[in-house]
Design a protein around this ligand. Structure first.
Ligand code: ATP
Length: 261
């Protein structure tokens, strides 16, 4: 199996004056992801989705269990697992092209190759004309596309996306979902994508993983078998609405009812 998440748990210890509080974020999570698969994780706020993604990336380690890529335990972040966040983290003082070159620089690639690869990726995300702009001169959607190009320019084998379109308006979101599907199809990366948006999950995923409220557990693993490219016809299909209802129901059942004070 390409990516194996094998019975991981993660507890955070919070020091509060003299007493120590423990907060279990993830509880016994196991998940296998095949090479080239597009897996979307959905779950209530605070259920540990970002924590899970950080464990896959290697930014944090689980308390027990293991994350493996091609059978090798993940111990630290590498550029082979590209991260795209809700807030793009572009460097404001670098041009768009030089932001895309960042990972290639870290890999020590020569300038000519960096320029060529950045140009190719900016073309793939439709931003070639903005290569010499600075991030602040772009819209939110364009900035996210630069973030995507930057992650993909190093040719990672996996893309880890933490609500990458969460801060965008609905229309831009839909456009970028279509673009991501197109890029993913052409490049066949393995993607683990986090979202709160059920429609986004059903549009993009080969499988939707539904998590329970904290401590996060996997409560459903739902295949989405619609043919690709999906487009508006899939969004309007009865099967889409049916899946949406099913996932909504699962999320309602797993959500914690906050105590009224
Ligand atoms: N470094 C940390 N130290 C302490 N607690 C943490 C830390 N990181 C996350 N947590 C806690 O772990 C739980 C899960 O957080 P996480 O960010 O993974 O959830 P999430 O599902 O991604 O949430 P959201 O959808 O709101 O972004 C939360 O209760 C959070 O407060």
């Amino acid at each position: 199996m390409f990516l194996e998440i094998d019975r991981i748990t993660k507890t955070f210890r919070l020091e509060r004056r003299r007493n120590q509080q423990e907060l279990r974020a993830l509880d016994d999570i196991s998940l296998d992801v095949a090479e080239g698969e597009f897996v979307v994780i959905c779950g209530p706020s605070g259920c540990g989705k970002s924590t899970l993604l950080r464990l896959i990336h290697g930014l944090q380690q689980p308390d027990s269990g293991e994350v493996r890529v091609r059978g090798v335990p993940v111990r630290e972040p590498t550029l082979d697992r590209g991260m795209v966040f809700q807030h793009h983290n572009l460097m404001p003082w670098r041009t768009v092209a030089r932001n895309v070159e960042l990972g290639l620089e870290a890999l020590g690639r020569p300038k000519a190759e960096r320029t060529m690869r950045a140009g190719e990726w900016l073309a793939k995300v439709d931003l070639e004309q903005f290569a010499t702009y600075y991030p602040a001169q772009l819209s939110g959607g364009m900035q996210q596309r630069v973030g995507l190009a930057r992650a993909l320019a190093v040719d990672p084998e996996m893309l880890l996306m933490d609500e990458p379109f969460g801060a965008l308006d609905a229309q831009t979101r839909v456009v970028l979902q279509g673009e991501l599907e197109r890029i993913w199809e052409a490049d066949s990366k393995t993607v683990v994508f986090i979202t709160h948006d059920i429609e986004e999950a059903i549009f993009l995923a080969d499988r939707v993983i539904v998590m329970s409220a904290r401590p996060g557990r996997i409560v459903a693993d739902i295949p989405v078998e619609a043919p690709r490219p999906r487009g508006d016809a899939w969004r309007a299909a009865p099967a889409f609405a049916e899946l949406k209802g099913r996932i909504w129901e699962l999320l309602q059942q797993t959500a914690v009812k906050e105590p009224v004070t």
